[in-house]
Ligand binder design. Structure first.
Ligand SMILES: Cc1ncc(COP(=O)(O)O)c(C=O)c1O
Length: 364
């Protein structure tokens, strides 16, 4: 009776039973985690601590401190991203919430390539919007016909996430060009969630729609690339008209974001994490090579997830079996309208990965 109507479309996860089972596991081989297994690099921790000691602990400007906004702008310009304004947010999560509040009306349709990061679906639902899923199976590519057949008069925007959680895919430039062509034709906004942009393997570069289309909101952050998940820091860049509204919203919701983390983030943008990424590429190779014989699997090009199809085609049943064998992974149905795959995070030690691979092959 007290709960708002807004929440009526938000249902508890259908796989809660699996997470309940997982909670009872003692010392599992845990390949479910969505954050790096390294800590914030020491010099960045020191920078944060130094600013705390110096008393930089008060509210900061709503849109973020000017020196960080300038640094982010420089970083995005180097990447060739088009934008007019930048703001600092409480992680990409905070940025997505502000953008959703600013842009999605009840009844608006939002295109989301499936598989997808869970938060997108729920943020759209929370606004009274309708998530509309675009099938990208089996190779996790964006296909023009799949997009076109889902567009209606109510379509307002599309969310792109590359490198992708949960698939590890990087959409090739030709796919993004096609998306932009459709967006121009239908006057759609694009959201580009670039949070994994540090995690790119095989010397590839990761193209992003923000480089191609000015009506893009580009989201980025410090949670993954510099392991600052708990410091809650991210940013959004895009058209001034939208960012300004989001700054007003930030004033009335978050007020401002973490003070010392903003100072450390300035340093982070100059802190090279290549050695960490090389380590992650080795983990990627280990898990891909370990699974490819028994599983139908795409080689991840970025992020730190691999998303194989399971033998028998029932992801949830497969995860239950994994849990019985002390391995915790996440059913694909958490990230998709299909239940044929599982998400395995390789943000873990090589030893843990090897133990996980052994179980996966045994039960596969
Ligand atoms: C695709 C994607 N976007 C955003 C986030 C959340 O990022 P943040 O910690 O910056 O809120 C995650 C975290 O798992 C993610 O996988």
């Amino acid at each position: 009776m007290w709960i708002s109507d807004r929440l009526k479309n938000i249902k508890p996860s259908g796989v809660r039973r699996i997470f309940d089972l997982a909670r009872q596991m003692k010392d599992p081989i845990n390949l479910s985690i969505g954050e790096p297994d390294f800590d914030i690099p020491e010099p960045l921790k020191e920078e944060g601590i130094e600013w705390i000691r110096r008393g930089f602990n008060k509210y900061t400007p709503t849109q973020g401190i000017p020196e960080l906004r300038e640094k982010i702008a420089e970083h995005l310009r180097k990447k060739g991203v088009l934008f007019e304004e930048v703001m600092v947010t409480a992680g990409v999560t905070g940025g997505l919430l502000l953008a959703s509040l600013a842009l999605i009306n009840p009844g608006d349709e939002v295109l989301i390539p499936d598989p997808f990061f869970v938060m997108y679906e729920y943020q759209v639902l929370l606004m009274g919007g309708t998530p509309v899923f675009i099938d990208t199976y089996p190779d996790f590519r964006l296909r023009e016909e799949e997009i076109r057949k889902r567009i209606t008069e109510k379509t307002k925007l599309m969310i792109i996430n590359s490198p992708n959680n949960p698939t590890g895919a990087i959409y090739p430039l030709e796919d993004l060009k096609r998306v932009v062509e459709i967006a121009r034709e239908r006057n759609l906004l694009l959201f580009s969630d670039d949070i994994y942009d540090n995690f790119v393997y095989d010397h590839l570069t990761c193209p992003t729609v923000g480089q191609l289309y000015e009506k893009t909101l580009t989201f980025g952050g410090f949670s993954k690339g510099w392991a600052m998940t708990g410091w809650r820091l991210g940013y959004v860049a895009g058209p001034r008209e939208i960012i300004q509204q989001m700054i007003t919203l930030q004033q009335y919701t978050f007020s401002s974001v973490n003070s010392f983390a903003q100072k450390a983030a300035i340093k982070a943008l100059d802190f090279n994490v290549d050695s960490y990424i090389q380590g992650y590429q080795r983990k990627r190779d280990l898990i891909y090579e370990g699974l490819r014989e028994k599983f139908n699997v795409q080689k991840p090009q970025g992020a730190f997830y691999i998303f194989p199809e399971v033998p028998g085609g029932d992801g949830e049943a497969f995860v239950e079996k994994a849990i019985q064998n002390n391995l915790f992974i996440v059913p694909g149905s958490v990230f998709s309208k299909r239940n044929t795959h599982v998400r395995i995070s390789f943000a873990a030690s090589e030893e843990t990965l090897l133990r996980g691979i052994e179980v996966l092959n045994r039960i596969g």
